[in-house]
Design a protein around this ligand. Structure first.
Ligand code: FES
Ligand code: FES
Length: 157
């Protein structure tokens, strides 16, 4: 099966029913995407499929062959942080960290859709569960990233 992951074509021989999460983690060694619940409830496994935030633990890999899959590994790097990653650090969002890659991917999909989200937009889009209760910091960091991006791109509210 051929997959398009982070702009690269990847060939893998797996059961078509295997959830995308396990293809990423176990077959391709891309462990930035996390397993939490396995039933599409927590959001730890969030990736983008054609720009939409999707919970990969319940997504059969056969359903995303030919789609554009984006994972946390492509969001940024220590030397070239995504605005959200810089904001996450500035707001000290992560606590245990377990939910955070899913949070970042959900937030990135939101900002691509709505560059200046309201609190209501954030609450609607960010349904990920955080056992450490970072929700207020997540919200603050999304606003910070939106402001940073607007300032650097000349976008106004
Ligand atoms: S592991 Fe996929 S939503 Fe929890
Ligand atoms: S930071 Fe610990 S679960 Fe969210």
């Amino acid at each position: 099966m051929e997959l398009n992951i982070n702009g690269q074509s990847v060939t893998t021989e797996v059961d078509p029913n295997m959830p995308l999460l396990w293809v990423l983690r176990d077959e391709l060694n891309m462990t930035g995407t996390k397993f939490g619940c396995g039933v599409a409830a927590c959001g730890a496994c969030t990736v983008h499929i054609n720009g939409q935030a999707v919970r990969s633990c319940v997504m059969p890999v056969s359903a995303v062959a030919g789609a554009k899959i984006r994972t946390i590994e492509s969001l940024g790097s220590p030397n070239q942080q995504h605005a959200l990653q810089a904001a996450w650090i500035a707001e000290q969002v992560p606590q245990c960290g377990y939910c955070q890659s899913g949070m970042l991917m959900a937030a990135a999909a939101l900002l691509e859709r709505k560059p200046k989200p309201t609190d209501a937009d954030i609450d609607e889009a960010m349904t990920n569960i955080c056992r450490c209760g970072t929700y207020q910091r997540v919200r603050a960091a999304i606003h910070r990233a939106a402001a940073t991006t607007a300032a650097t791109s000349g976008v106004t509210a």
